[in-house]
Design a protein around this ligand. Sequence first.
Ligand code: GDP
Length: 434
Amino acid sequence: LPVVAIVGQPNVGKSTLFNRIINQRLAIVEDKPGVTRDRNYAQAEWLGHKFDLIDTGGITWSGSNIEDEIRAQAEIAIEEADVIVILTSVTNHLTSLDERIAQMLYQTKKPVILAVNKADNPEQRMDIYDFYSLGFGEPIPVSSIHGTGIGDLLDRIVASLPQDLDQNENKQISFSVIGRPNVGKSSIVNQLVGEKRVIVNNEEGTTRDAVDTPFETADGTKFRIVDTAGIRKRGKVYEKTEKYSVMRAMGAIEHSDIVCLVLDADTGIREQDKHVAGYAHEAGRGIIIVVNKWDLPKKNSNSAKEFEQTIRTEFQYLDYAPILFVSAKTGQNLAKIPEMVKQVYRNQQQRIKSSVLNDLLLEASKLVPTPMIKGKRLRVYYMTQVATNPPTFVVFVNDPELMHFSYERFLTNQLRANFDFSGTPIKIIPRKRK
Ligand code: GDP
């Protein structure tokens, strides 16, 4: 869901507005403080548009003097929200703190809506014009206590929401099947999409643009296999050269949500497998490791485990990638490929709320002390997810130089232990709290 954040100096009525908006749909007059007081993240809906609302004022940080808190609020809003509401109060008139907040918000390209609270009567509604000088266009007078003006504010909010977020219904999950020649890529793709359903123009020697192949699983999930032309039988001569196949793979990786790296159980892992895997990892795509030709090796009950061990050793940086053992020849486990692609896709689209992340940070801080470099200790203030695909987290700290990779690794592991991020890389970006 799109995220709307409310920022503002203390006592302008952020929490009242927050409660007012989330209760709007129920039309209940909520005058019991404490009922929703510790809830600072909630789902709201207006005219059929759903969004997540953050009351940044409800999020308090350790050494919270007003300046720090306001900075934190603005940073969260700038990083995380799709739409930002700056709330002021007509009874305060325009203050220097309002101006400070406004200045921080000038940096963002996201829509900012200016609301003036406590405009309880017509006279007060006349006083809102001072606030024009903040530079966010026409101020919207509201009274969070009386509920007036809230509808106008919500109209403005939903009009500013990003358009395309609801259209995931028809989303095709794109994935590519990559690997060195002869591991069985085309055999796998042919099995998945059905030989006859897909006609790839494969005149000898013609280098055509990438051809993607759509297919659908029984549960109605739509997939698109990227660059099927590069995988299927055409161009084998070129594909034999490593440079060609790596280039082709890189192009495919670029255009897919998820990459299936195919290995050959018969020949084992080769140097070229690692090159291809390295590109997929660096591109930040979700990755599934598919061990093909599993019908060939002589096996005992430990074989899969042993092969997996070898993979983990050879591709240490892909420790998050699930492994499937399949045979394009017998069809064993092939149906698990789209299933897993779908799961990894979900994992990489996942968004974790800031409140949950900050609980996790708190727990993490009890487990391991933060690193200290040259007598200076890393301080971690808060964490917020700024992107999906791959899930990307900004961690605000006293000094990014102090974020040792082992601590970054520790945070990544904490995230993986608490949420299902299998198949997707996770990015952590330390940033200095301004
Ligand atoms: P690509 O170059 O990666 O697209 O590989 P191909 O799909 O052309 O397969 C290379 C060779 O391996 C062909 O002779 C396939 O018949 C064979 N092959 C593919 N998958 C399997 C499998 O699961 N088991 C066995 N035994 N052979 C396979």
